[in-house]
Design a protein around this ligand. Sequence first.
Ligand SMILES: [Zn+2]
Ligand SMILES: [Zn+2]
Length: 577
Amino acid sequence: MDNKQIARVFEDVSRLLEVRQDSPFKIRAYHTAARAIGTHAEELRDIVARGGDPREIPGIGDAIASKVLELLSSGKLQYLDELRGSMPAGVLELMEVPGIGPRTARRLAGELGIASVEDLEAALRSGAVSHLSGIGEKKARTLLREIETHRRRDTRIPIGAALPVVERILARLQTVPGVAQVSAAGSVRRFVEMVGDVDLLAVSESPADATRQFVQLEMVDRVLAHGPTRVSIVTDDGLQVDLRIVEPDSYGSALQYFTGSEDHNVALREHALSSGLSVSEYGITVAESGEIERFDSEEALYRRLGLQFIPPELRENQGEIQLAARDALPRLVTASDLRGDLHVHSNWSDGVASIEELAAAAVRRNYEYIAITDHSWGLGVAHGLDARRIREQGEVIRRVNEVIDGCTVLHGVEVNIKSDGSLDLPPEVLADLDLVVAAVHSALGQDRERMTSRIVRALENPYVHVLAHPTGRLLSERAPCDVDMGKVFEAAARTGTLLELNAMPDRLDLSAAHVRAVHGQDVLLSIGTDTHCVRDLQYLGVYGIGIARRGWCEPQHIANTMSLVDLRACLKHRCQV
Ligand SMILES: [Zn+2]
Ligand SMILES: [Zn+2]
């Protein structure tokens, strides 16, 4: 079980205790533990595997620690089963609908036998609920609306949750005999931050074999539809995946069509019509002759329309078709343009890898540099560094640099921006470091005016090089801070401070929309993974690059495409675009 699943179990326990009107302290304890586990960087199973204790995570006491061990060893929690057993079925599911608290859920499930959101919806529509339970017509209407929103939100998941599933499926399909080409299409291919259903496309000589193999994948929870060339399944983590098998000679057209977006495709069809061509998922029909032309690649299709190839990340009808017609699309940054990672935690703070291990991994990745940016001391939970430990760490980094080849470890820090915008390390300590990354980690709920002036003050600090995860959002669980990003961009441009594109999949902060908004503003970006273990380093070329491309970034927009010499010069004088 991973931390997210464990957190989910404790959240369920907390809610069931609430239904049972148990002690508020107990309810809160499980809720707090769930939040702490769900957001903790190191997997509990890794903590236990290295001989650690679940109580290392603040908010976990003895009782919950032993339940964590039970979950890790058996995958189950007897306590949760008992709680469930003592209550009518469906209570937990009903409480997922906003507006249904523990009391209403208990009454609906217990007295009316409503065991699912679908049951509830049917009962609300038929009027049965208002008749039986005293839920009035107005409340019933509100609940129906909430159910709608709930369903829509439920079907969108972060790209970081979808992509690994997609990659597993694609890798598997590639091994099926007769399958020639496979690709993701739709919002995943366009690298949309929150994706709905996943669309996959393949070419196969024997479609029946391919679809049969697909429905037999281990991760398939249920099959929604199974036709000769099209299958829809739901994976065990609730993701709907549609696979289409197409003919080789129409693969380009189908891939273009199913990648979308809708808006891009509408604009593309209009562009084609002006030259008497009509575009469909099968090919291009020439209006005059009625002849159908087929395309085995997207490149050929766009070329036929007089356009440069448009990268999927740009296909939103935001000017890309007009630019492609003039051969003027941006030269989007690629993973191979990046020369290093500028946000990495070691085991000196809350990371798990040693500086030596991270340096070795950077060498393996052919990085020219890697910046170790551990937390400063003010962040209590993260074993942050004070001035003395930063000096000691500098010694270690110096020794590592003496022995590694081809890569330089930069000595940085992720310093906390206190609630008034000051930093929790003094200037003389910051002045000695190669890279100072500043970030907000506390008082996230400040009002817009205070948060904005707090961040602007940090940007004006002459020792700060980078503002990390500028909005503080966590994709599926925390909204961005209330901050005036226009003022942040303006201050970053004025002071030559870099803004980070944090590539951690649950952050993606700045967002692609912010990244794109930055281009006109003389602001340079830095991509950092916020790595907490060696495995996280891979996010640089996946999510960092994905969001940068979706934000229309060219290499010169990003500081870590620079050589070490240029980067050092840029950091020294603060970066002016
Ligand atoms: Zn941070
Ligand atoms: Zn960090």
